[in-house]
Ligand binder design. Structure first.
Ligand SMILES: Cc1cc2nc3c(=O)[nH]c(=O)nc-3n(C[C@H](O)[C@H](O)[C@H](O)COP(=O)(O)O)c2cc1C
Length: 212
């Protein structure tokens, strides 16, 4: 395997971290590498917040747990025993990471005003315009996060891309002091891995790739 191939295949989601700090200078570098990602219309429509403050991480965790409990409230009679306890842990394991990175999405300005105005005259809202172009704003966030994860792995740290905290996306945005134009997208706990993950099941390449 070449260096990039082993970096890409060696990156895995890590959900338990050693109780050791990691230097903020490494996080600064990881975020700088994340921002080198391509983005629709070069919008760089992302914002990253690296959180080391334990009290802030705890209040995000509380908000996520409340969010998942509120969501499941109407199903409470159907939940298997211990389901809620293990779900609470699954959505909040980031609380034990030395650093948690929150990723927000900002507005993407489409580069061609004529195209935008043609869509506007058809009655397209901003959200519908993004959908029309297959969500370039969300794709850009994904590109930046993948860069971030590879940079984390290259430095010998572990991380996990987490979307479930979006159940409390608005609360997280408020806790972190972001305005309403920033949309919460993901949380990424980062730390020194406390275990080696099991090999991952991969789909056969012929199921996901063909040449014509
Ligand atoms: C968009 C996205 C959202 C994810 N959200 C979560 C999450 O909320 N919680 C979690 O534990 N893992 C989450 N993951 C991690 C996936 O479960 C993981 O990437 C997948 O099982 C493959 O394992 P690997 O990352 O070790 O290759 C997410 C991954 C992606 C790409």
């Amino acid at each position: 395997m070449n260096n990039f191939e082993s970096l890409a295949f060696g990156r895995r989601s890590i959900r338990k971290f050693q109780d050791k700090d990691i230097p903020l200078s490494d996080i600064d570098e990881i975020i700088r590498i994340a921002t080198s990602a391509p983005s629709g219309c070069n919008s760089q429509c992302w914002r990253f917040i690296a959180i080391k403050d334990k009290a802030v991480i705890q209040s995000i965790s509380d908000a996520v747990i409340q969010g998942i409990e509120a969501l499941l409230e109407e199903k409470k009679d159907e939940l298997p025993e211990n389901y809620l306890n293990s779900k609470r842990k699954m959505v909040s394991f980031f609380v034990n990471a030395p650093v948690v990175i929150a990723v927000f999405m900002t507005k993407l300005d489409y580069y061609d005003p004529l195209v935008t105005s043609a869509l506007e005259s058809k009655g397209y809202t901003y959200e519908e315009t993004m959908k029309f172009f297959a969500y370039p704003d969300i794709l850009s966030i994904g590109a930046a996060i993948q860069n971030l994860l590879l940079a984390v792995h290259e430095k010998g740290y572990g991380a996990c891309w987490m979307n479930e905290p979006a159940v409390a996306g608005d609360e997280i945005r408020k806790i972190l002091g972001e305005n309403e134009e920033s949309r919460f997208m993901s949380l990424i706990p980062v730390g020194i891995p406390a275990y080696v993950p099991r090999a991952k099941q991969m789909k056969d390449i012929t199921k996901v790739y063909k040449t014509i």
